[in-house]
Design a protein around this ligand. Structure first.
Ligand code: A9S
Length: 186
């Protein structure tokens, strides 16, 4: 549905499908109580600008406005296994999160992290974000950010509630990413 709104060329459409199949395939464990989602955000800025925000594992607060501060506690923020400690803004049902860098692929522009701990309800949250340069049928360049995640549903919560919380945060993050990228483009 979104792809028809975006009026992508056939080539861009098959590239998008291939990216989703290759980088956003989620392998669920044997546990049954998981939920997952995938979102796509078009951005009117170059992939280079958008990727520069997404790849910066040590400064997610540049576009994730729920994050107050971020401190690397292990690694350099570029090497897989780097760990960041986040302090969350007040007003959320959480105050901190600990996250590990799982993938930083500059060639394919893919970043993935996993939640290791914290005092929040998104235990075992794992996400993949990719930045893709595509074009529409009018020949206009278009950057599409694809973000997918999988998360365990906590005891006493429904999959719908967990998904709705995570979807809301991811959607806002992606909108903020679009805003900061467009501003940075000047
Ligand atoms: O940071 C992301 O990319 C996505 C999400 C859904 C992060 C959520 C969060 O960091 C809070 C904002 C603190 C909300 C975590 C891991 C748990 C929350 O409850």
């Amino acid at each position: 549905l979104l792809s028809s709104q975006l009026n992508l060329t056939n080539e861009s459409l098959s590239k998008l499908n291939s990216v989703i199949r290759t980088h956003h395939r989620i392998t669920l464990s044997e546990k049954s109580n998981w939920c997952k989602s995938l979102m796509i955000q078009p951005i009117k800025a170059t992939e280079t600008i958008v990727w520069s925000f997404v790849r910066d594992f040590s400064q997610p607060q540049k576009y994730k406005h729920f994050i107050k501060t971020c401190q690397l506690t292990s690694g350099d923020g570029i090497t897989v296994g780097s760990i960041r400690d986040l302090v969350v803004i007040s007003g959320l049902p959480a105050s901190m999160s600990k996250e590990r860098l799982e993938v930083l692929d500059d060639e394919n522009q893919v970043l993935s992290f996993r939640v290791l701990g914290g005092d929040h309800r998104l235990k075992d949250y794992q996400s993949v974000t990719s930045v893709n340069a595509l074009s529409d049928r009018e020949g206009r360049a278009l950057t599409l950010v694809v973000e997918s995640y999988v998360v365990e549903v906590p005891e006493g919560n429904t999959a719908e509630d967990t998904r709705s919380l995570a979807d809301t945060i991811v959607r806002l993050n992606l909108q903020n990413l679009a805003e900061v990228s467009v501003s940075a483009a000047g």
